[in-house]
Design a protein around this ligand. Structure first.
Ligand code: AMP
Ligand code: GLY
Length: 420
């Protein structure tokens, strides 16, 4: 098979690494890819948010299967264009991608599905939103309705913060994404993510993970896209995971199918767990980054068979073969991230590191510049390891980190601490 993966982050590197190990994969192209992905696949320049461009490229390369990594091409309808042109494609339609692209859509679908989630209000008007916030009181959560690159959620512990967030959003701080807001009840508990594949009908769980969103050790400092992750997530016990599937995921999938927008792809189910009860925080219509890195580390080559089954509508016959293992990924980020940071700094020491089924360094923001490996993003490397226990995986990942020579980067030293 000729396979095309769209995206350029650590998530896509992990997908490429897993897919490439499967004997079904003859040729692998990742567009646009990065310096690490280039070790497993051909990288190609392509505007991945343009359906016509992607279709033309897939035709020119005789592609048999397309895997869409990030949310932006999904929200832009690239999966629809590919399927219309006859390409087997992993990823939801534009209509179904609203489960990530619109928070009010998701809340309304949860209402229809009777899925446990935070109580909410949906506003297009600032005065009405302010009145609701004052009536509900703090803590309260203010969300821009649309895609805001992970920055559109303000957890306001006091009223002044909530009011300032509304000023920002209705003032255009998030562009069109903030023209409507969802205001939610603040949920307490522990967060975990559940990843399930869906083919429009069947739901197949493929793993749990927890990430660390704050930049600093001990979960302190500003929010980021994720500084590390581990799988499995012990807080998602079998019983809670079962509840999440039966009470949240399956009813949502039924509502989506009834509305003529069956969901096909991976569903990232963000949960808040309190007193044994899971509630939905959010859906994403793609793998998490860096959660995908730990999931792929654990799934390996079978990931391709599972993604194919989701795309083909044969998930009812698919099976996940789990090893009783753990995986950890630690994000090596550029100094200054999530604020401003320098680009083009040199990274050394990766050649000496083992790359095998227990150890992988997935690249997120790297580029070869004049034969030198350089950091060109905020989150740059995902140092990932597997082990029989979480502690073993963690020790292995940190032993690799020790050997990387990149004075312009930093990482958290405590990934996995809650579970350990
Ligand atoms: P989201 O983009 O919806 O995942 O929100 C980002 C983060 O904000 C989540 O991972 C939670 O930590 C937090 N969050 C979102 N909604 C709520 C809520 N209703 N209650 C408490 N925390 C929330
Ligand atoms: N790590 C969180 C996300 O991918 O949205």
């Amino acid at each position: 098979m000729n396979i095309l993966i769209l995206g350029s982050g650590g998530r896509e590197h992990a997908l490429a690494w897993a897919v490439k190990q499967n004997p079904k994969c003859d040729r692998l192209i990742v567009a646009p890819g990065n310096a690490g992905i280039a070790a497993h696949a051909e990288c190609a320049t392509l505007n991945i948010e343009s359906g016509p461009d992607v279709v033309e490229f897939a035709q020119s390369q005789s592609i048999d299967f397309v895997i869409i990594g990030p949310e932006a091409p999904l929200a832009a309808g690239v999966a629809d264009d590919l399927r219309a042109a006859g390409f087997l494609t992993f990823g939801p339609s534009q209509a179904a991608a609203a489960l990530e692209a619109s928070k009010s859509f998701t809340k309304e679908v949860c209402d229809a599905a009777n899925a446990p989630t935070a109580a909410y209000g949906h506003f297009k008007d600032k005065d009405a939103a302010l009145a609701y916030v004052r009536e509900q009181g703090a803590p309260i959560v203010i969300k821009a309705d649309g895609l805001a690159a992970g920055k559109g959620v303000i957890v306001a512990m006091d009223l002044a913060t909530a009011e300032a967030a509304l000023d920002d959003m209705f003032g255009g701080a998030f562009g069109g994404a903030g023209a409507e807001v969802v205001i939610e009840e603040f949920m307490e508990g522990e967060e975990a993510s559940y990843f399930v594949l869906c083919d429009g009908e069947t739901v197949l769980p493929i793993g749990t993970a927890q990430d660390h969103k704050r930049v600093g050790d001990g979960d302190t400092g500003p929010n980021t896209g994720g500084m590390g992750a581990y799988s499995p997530a012990p807080v998602l016990t079998d019983e809670i995971a079962h509840k999440a599937i039966e009470e949240i995921v399956k009813p949502t999938m039924r509502v989506m199918a009834q509305r003529g927008m069956p969901y096909q792809g991976v569903l990232y189910v963000g949960l808040m767990i309190q007193n044994g009860q899971p509630r939905l925080v959010e859906y994403n219509v793609r793998f998490g980054d860096p959660e995908c890195q730990v999931l792929m580390m654990r799934l390996g080559a079978q990931a391709l068979d599972l993604l194919l089954a989701a795309a083909n509508g044969t998930l009812d016959q698919a099976q996940v073969n789990w090893a009783d293992d753990h995986a950890v990924t630690v994000v090596y980020a550029a100094n200054g991230y999530p604020g401003s940071y320098e680009k083009g700094t040199e990274i050394k020491g990766l050649e000496a590191l083992p790359e095998d089924s227990m150890n992988m360094v997935f690249h997120a923001g790297t580029k070869m510049i004049d034969g030198v490996l350089c950091a060109v993003g905020g989150r740059v490397l995902n140092v990932t390891a597997r082990g029989a226990t979480l502690k073993e995986a963690k020790d292995r990942a940190y032993a690799s980190l020790d050997q990387i020579d990149w004075p312009d980067g930093f990482y958290r030293t405590d990934i996995g601490w809650r579970a350990l």
